[in-house]
Design a binder for this molecule. Structure first.
Ligand SMILES: CC(C)(COP(=O)(O)OP(=O)(O)OC[C@H]1O[C@@H](n2cnc3c(N)ncnc32)[C@H](O)[C@@H]1OP(=O)(O)O)[C@@H](O)C(=O)NCCC(=O)NCCS
Length: 209
């Protein structure tokens, strides 16, 4: 039997292999497949035709749109959003005739809290995305991404910064910006290479907390 909380929903067409774990309040829609060892936190949502491989961990309140396969090596922290048909990879130099199966061959892909990935974007394996980074539709991410970065294109390049609510941040001469939706303040580092949220703990609320 799968290690399952009693209070989640899985459509009858979904396949939940023995050993997977699903947190309370999660919803798993048509034709999904959770392999043994897949772990979903509370209040996650898997749209139609989502595959979660052995060894994949999703935190709380992770939303996965239709047609996404999460391969071994993928970790998504709380509040991650994956748009429709996002593509993950876990082997950088695949060869059909040279088997590269097993954890020793897989490269990780790590998405920190609140990251959003636009529709049909591809993440080349081995990348780490900082919290609340936002990747545009159709982009190809080939390297690490700083927290709050707005990325798009192929290869994805940084085109600014976004707030936890997903709005572009316009920094003034003092390196301060305000989110137009939440009113929260953000600070650009002196090197202009990183952004921190002032009182982030106050402005971010996980839907489960
Ligand atoms: C990346 C994104 C957040 C940027 O939005 P924005 O800040 O409003 O940007 P704009 O629409 O003003 O576009 C600015 C420029 O970037 C380009 N651009 C925008 N999104 C792009 C993308 N995904 N890839 C490549 N270029 C993009 C625009 O063409 C425009 O170029 P120009 O200045 O040469 O005309 C948005 O376009 C996007 O891709 N969102 C993801 C949507 C999605 O997949 N949702 C999934 C759930 S339905």
């Amino acid at each position: 039997m799968a290690d399952l909380a009693a209070d989640f929903y899985a459509h009858p067409s979904a396949v939940l292999d023995a050993g997977c774990r699903v947190g309370a309040g999660s919803r798993i829609w048509h034709f999904c497949h959770l392999a043994a060892g897949a772990v979903l936190g509370e209040n996650c949502s898997l749209g139609q035709n989502v595959f979660v491989a052995d060894g994949v961990t999703l935190g709380r309140n992770v939303k996965v749109q239709n047609n996404v396969s999460l391969y071994s090596g993928v970790v998504c922290e709380d509040d991650v959003f994956l748009g429709p048909s996002v593509v993950f990879t876990n082997v950088k130099n695949p060869r059909s005739a040279v088997p590269r199966r097993g954890a020793g061959h897989y490269q990780p892909t790590y998405l920190e809290r609140g990251v959003s990935i636009g529709a049909n974007a591809t993440l080349v394996c081995g990348v780490h995305l900082g919290r609340y980074a936002l990747v545009g539709a159709g982009s190809v991410v080939t390297g690490d991404v700083p927290a709050f970065a707005l990325m798009y294109g192929n290869p994805a390049r940084q085109h600014g910064w976004v707030s936890t609510h997903g709005h572009r941040l316009a920094f003034d001469a003092a390196g301060l910006a305000t989110c137009p939706e939440s009113g929260a303040a953000y600070e650009l580092s002196a090197t202009k290479k990183s952004v921190t949220a002032v009182n982030e703990a106050l402005i971010v609320s996980n839907s489960n907390s």
